[in-house]
Design a protein around this ligand. Structure first.
Ligand SMILES: NC(=O)c1ccc[n+]([C@@H]2O[C@H](COP(=O)([O-])OP(=O)(O)OC[C@H]3O[C@@H](n4cnc5c(N)ncnc54)[C@H](O)[C@@H]3O)[C@@H](O)[C@H]2O)c1
Length: 271
C-alpha cells in the first residue's frame, strides 16, 4: 500500500546491485511513494547491468560513482540536482565491503591494506558523501540521510571481522556529521541497524546462513527482511520523522533487546 509519503521529494539511492539488495527494495518503495531519484553504484557494479531494469521500472537515471572518490561524488551530487531539477531531499548510503571478510582472514590477523580499503569504502565514503553535499549545498533543509549498519558495531560477532570496527566508525560519522549539518542546514542523519539479510554482501559472510537462523530464533518478531527495512527507510526519508537525527535505529524484530529466547533455550535442551 502506498501513502505518497515521498511525493515531490528528490533522492539519491546508492548500492542497488541486484534485486536482493536492500537498496533495490528502497528504490522500489521510494518510487511507489512518489519520489524521483537517481540510482548510483560503483562503475564496476554497473557492468553487471542488472541496475538497468530497476532504473526502467522506477523511471530513474543511473549516475555511476565510486563512493571512495570525492571527484565522483561531486559529479554525482552536481548531476543529480540537474537531472532531478533541484536540491536533494534524501540520500541512502547502502555500501559495504570488507576484503578481509571476503577472504575469510581472521580478525586478529587482519591485513591492514584490506582493512583501510574496507574503511574507505564502507565508512569514510559516508563522510565524503556528506562533506561533498554540504560544500555544494546540495541537500535541502530538513533533508534526510540514512546509512545501513549492523549491530556488530556494539557487540562482538567474531565472523564480522573488521567490518565491526568499520560499522562503529560509520555510526559515529552519522552522529558527528548529524550535529554539524543539523546546526547549519537542519539536515538529519541516522543509521539503521538491520537484521541479517540474504543479499550479496550478507551471504558473503562466513557461516551466514547458520547465523541467520540463530538471529531469527532470537528475535520475537523474527528477522526483519529487506522489504521491511526499505519501509523503515521510507519513514525516515519522510516528513513524519523530521525531528529524528544522529540516531542508530535498530530494525531487527526485537533482537537487540533480547537476552535469550525460549526457542534458543530449547535448542540447547533447556526448559
Ligand atoms: N545483508 C545484511 O545482512 C546486512 C545487515 C545489516 C546491514 N547491512 C548493510 O546494508 C548495506 C547494503 O548491503 P546489502 O546487504 O544490500 O548488500 P549488496 O551487496 O546488495 O550491497 C552492497 C553495495 O555496495 C556497493 N559498493 C561496493 N563498493 C562500492 C564503491 N566503492 N562505491 C559505490 N558502491 C560500492 C556494491 O556494488 C553493492 O551495490 C551495507 O552497508 C551492509 O553492510 C547488510
Amino acid at each position: 500500500m502506498a501513502y505518497n509519503l515521498l511525493k515531490g521529494k528528490r533522492g539519491i539511492i546508492t548500492g542497488a546491485l541486484n534485486e536482493n539488495s536492500i537498496a533495490w527494495k528502497v528504490a522500489e518503495k521510494a518510487h511507489e511513494e512518489g519520489a524521483a531519484f537517481v540510482l548510483t553504484n560503483a562503475p564496476v557494479a554497473m557492468r553487471m547491468g542488472e541496475m538497468n531494469a530497476l532504473a526502467e521500472k522506477t523511471n530513474s537515471q543511473i549516475i555511476p560513482a565510486d563512493a571512495t572518490s570525492v571527484e565522483d561524488l561531486t559529479d554525482l551530487f552536481t548531476k543529480s540536482q540537474e537531472v532531478l531539477g533541484g536540491k536533494i531531499d534524501f540520500v541512502l548510503h547502502s555500501i559495504g565491503m570488507s576484503v578481509n571478510m571476503r577472504k575469510t582472514i581472521p580478525y586478529a590477523e587482519s591485513n591492514y591494506e584490506y582493512f583501510l580499503k574496507g574503511v574507505d569504502i564502507s565508512a569514510l565514503s559516508f563522510h565524503k558523501m556528506l562533506s561533498v553535499a554540504k560544500k555544494l549545498d546540495a541537500i535541502s533543509e530538513w533533508g534526510s540521510v540514512v546509512a545501513l549498519t549492523y549491530m556488530a558495531a556494539q557487540r562482538t560477532y567474531p565472523f564480522y571481522t573488521d567490518m565491526a570496527d568499520i560499522k562503529a566508525m560509520l555510526e559515529s560519522i552519522a552522529r558527528s556529521f548529524g550535529y554539524h549539518y543539523g546546526i547549519e542546514k537542519k539536515v538529519r542523519i541516522n543509521t539503521v541497524s538491520q537484521s541479517p539479510t540474504k543479499t550479496t554482501a550478507g551471504t558473503g559472510i562466513k557461516g551466514f546462513s547458520d547465523f541467520f537462523d540463530y538471529a531469527d530464533a532470537m528475535s520475537p518478531l523474527g528477522n526483519a527482511d529487506a522489504e521491511s527495512c526499505a519501509d523503515y527507510c521510507i519513514t525516515l526519508f519522510s516528513d513524519l520523522t523530521r525531528m529524528v537525527t544522529m540516531q542508530n535505529l535498530f530494525h531487527d524484530g526485537g533482537y537487540s533487546s533480547t537476552g535469550v529466547s525460549t526457542e534458543i533455550m530449547h535448542k540447547f535442551g533447556l526448559k
